[in-house]
Write a protein that binds this ligand. Sequence first.
Ligand code: IPM
Ligand code: MG
Length: 357
Amino acid sequence: MKDYKIALIKGDGIGPEVINEAQKVLEALSINQDFSFQFEEYLMGGCAYDKYQNPLPEETINGCLKADAVLFGAIGGNKWDNLPRELRPESGLLKLRKNLEVFANIRPAIVFDELIDASTLKSEVIRGVDLVVVRELIGGIYFGEPKGREGNKAYNTMVYTIDEISRIAKVGFELARSRRKKLCSVDKANVLDVSTLWREVVSEIAKEYPDVELTHQYVDNASMQLILNPKQFDVILTSNLFGDILSDEASMLTGSIGLLPSASVGEKAALYEPIHGSAPDIAGLGIANPIAAILSASMMLKNTLKETTSANKIQKAISKVLKDGYRTKDIASFGAKEICSTSKMGSLIAEYVKKEQ
Ligand code: IPM
Ligand code: MG
């Protein structure tokens, strides 16, 4: 019997609501299987600040390092917006990524046929879109030195080493190799020295992957191409800041940010989280969409725990629930037969998962 140790970081806002549903589905999944889950909860973000005046307690870092995988909800909210930067919830998350050394952030944008009308784009543009943004997560301008404020100026530094670019490029190429074998590297090499190095290193690594077609795009063009013709993309490889922006854009192709999971991985840890934020405006109302969190659990099963059959069961259950017309409020205008709460949506998916056994 395998006993997987999962660190749960529910976080702030709707984080606890959606992670509870992911936990419910994982528990349903482990019935009559040769594996079980042991969940440990840890604090991060605003809730950790409220309790310890620290958005990332040491105990959370250690707990995550000891776990087989981390499942995380969301952090942040207006309540903590006026704190000094190092005490804000976001600093907790950035510090956790750095401590876990999860340098590769993988953000798929998949269009569900059942929800094709939820997108603001024409259905012929987005039907069949299946792309992944691979974002470098612990370098670049988010962490570069020097940074600071002096008198009437403020500055940050976008810096990458050859090693940092090589290791994320390899993740991108490996992923492309397992998919449609196309990799588009996105930079701003017409302006930035750091991007010129990025492009050189990616082109060098490409020699190890002759079966993968490599293209380059400038980030301004890429953001336009994503709207114009998203089907041209398979894997998009990019740096921390560009990836932050492009992955939000890519997620909107699908119409609801409530549907998309993500993984942040490295050599020593793996962190799974929905792409959406903590949505403080709807926290506690029981209307948040738990599907992104549940799909994050599915991604965890597939990528880290190698329980592919179980991961697929979750995906099938979600497709079936959507096909049967169950919708949370955010996607209620698109083919809803019944509008359901966060916990009802989780329970339905858990029920369908059990039926898949
Ligand atoms: C994300 C978020 C974070 C980021 C914030 C909350 C620090 O926008 O995960 O995309 O910028 O990386
Ligand atoms: Mg972001």
